[in-house]
Write a protein that binds this ligand. Sequence first.
Ligand code: FAD
Ligand code: DLZ
Ligand code: SF4
Length: 514
Amino acid sequence: MSEPVLRLVLGDQLSTRLGVIAKADRARDVILMAEVMREATYVRHHVKKIAFLFSAMRHFAEAMREAGFQVRYVRLDDGENSQSLEGEVLRAVAELGVRRVVVTEPGEWRLRESFEALRLALPVPLDILPDDRFLCSHEAFNTWAEGRTTLRLEHFYRDMRRRHGLLVEPDGKPCGGQWNFDKDNRKVAPADLKARPRISFRKDAITREVLDLVRTRFPDGFGRLEPFHFAVTRRQALRELDHFIAHILSHFGDYQDAMVKGEPYLYHSLLSTYINAGLLYPLEVCRRAEAAWRDGLAPINAVEGFIRQILGWREYIRGIYWRFMPDYLDRNALNANRPLPGFFWDGETRMACVAEAVHHTIDHAYSHHIQRLMITGNFALLAGLDPMAVHAWYLAVYADAYEWVELPNTLGMALHADGGLLASKPYAASGNYIHRMSNYCSGCAYDPKVVTGDRACPFNALYWDFIDRHRDRFAGNARMPFVYSTWDKMGPERQSAVRAQAALHFDAMTRGHL
Ligand code: FAD
Ligand code: DLZ
Ligand code: SF4
């Protein structure tokens, strides 16, 4: 029993509380971490995402060594690197003579399948441990989902609040007297709003070395590598959390749905990248937000809204992913099949709102939820873009993107490709919505109030064309009768003009002129 156990830690599992690390024998076991091309190229990741993960992995490995663990860290450029996680496990097993291999369940189906295959190829047992950073296990989600005809977030979320005692009074009632304060969280931001600057972190020698590596090895990667200001250690991520709780959270609710030119972050937390990679724990983030409300630092609509995103949406989305994969990946309920236009990659479009969202993405590997859902996602929905192409884009371009969280958000929430499993109504909106919730339209080549003609905002005719195309599916939707009665009131002549305008937009999109 003196042979070591090999403990594999993936790039998004940088959490010392995970069983794979917490149960390690420091003197005997070996922690394996590997930078590999297979993970770095399975989609065209943003270069900031690769740099963030490699730097965070290297810092984590160093901290583990300082804490007395034996760490086998394989760098991307190591001569012997097989460039796949499975290859690195096999190599380590052969070289170290381990008695078993332990890994935490990966966040993506494809990798779990690979580990199942690896199990058969290994001469020693492979244990896949549950990822207990999440607050709802697969079993708990399946128990909740079993027998329900609809899987709505709100029911799940209330259960989670009760189960974890978050924002719940001793008598079981919700703090503030309501479970959900969403209706208070749709304020339009003043056009001259300047959100408080965010902290950024100085690049140390490890990060500078990683940036050089990424610059050399991923010359065709998506996005801008520098300036690079991500937190790359738990200590830094905790500082980002402190800053959010102290200075930003109190406005989180009010302007949650707002969009302002030149303000990529507004009052969003920017914490998804750190939570998803393991530098922060979701429960600690929720508890800090709750404490801020109890201490009078932030109002209930902000704190409840924020906790709902993490305790509710994040856990629910993960539950949906694992319950419905791998079939979920093939869903295309609206038969969408148009190719992704080039402007998703370079931001070259006359639509100011889309250009702004894509340029934020190129610069920061980030855009906030409403930009993802109501600008790029809404456009993809209305234009009938191929869900697999849209999925590959979202999975690549954000620093927080892993399939378990990205896929249901894209296929389910944004594209309605799952036929309404996740959302009872498509998040489809015309230029009117974008005009109301942002100040983008004032600098746009198009006019949000115009439906046909040269200056017509593409979101308008595409919206009505979408509504018309999918009449069979949505006309009976209890939340959409008003939409269909408005369309019908336009009459055949106007409807034909709108359809013709939509055809012009599709044509312009194909020619790269939209
Ligand atoms: P905040 O607005 O500050 O929210 C707080 C936290 O709540 C986030 O950090 C995140 O952990 C959680 N959260 C909020 N909304 C969601 C949600 N819908 N699903 C899961 N968690 C949520 N989120 C990802 O983490 N990775 C993705 O790859 C991803 N892809 C998306 C793709 C599309 C098409 C859409 C519409 C949403 C996607 N989201 C994704 C959800 C959400 O947009 C991001 O979590 C959020 O923008 C991250 O920024 P933030 O940390 O500033 O979030
Ligand atoms: C995203 C990513 C990248 C770019 N590179 C690595 C890597 O080199 N080594 C690694 O262990 N993990 C990496 N990851 C994260 C994995 O892709 C992630 O663990 C899976 O997608 C499952 O969520
Ligand atoms: Fe976007 Fe239309 Fe407004 Fe232009 S006019 S910014 S395309 S919503």
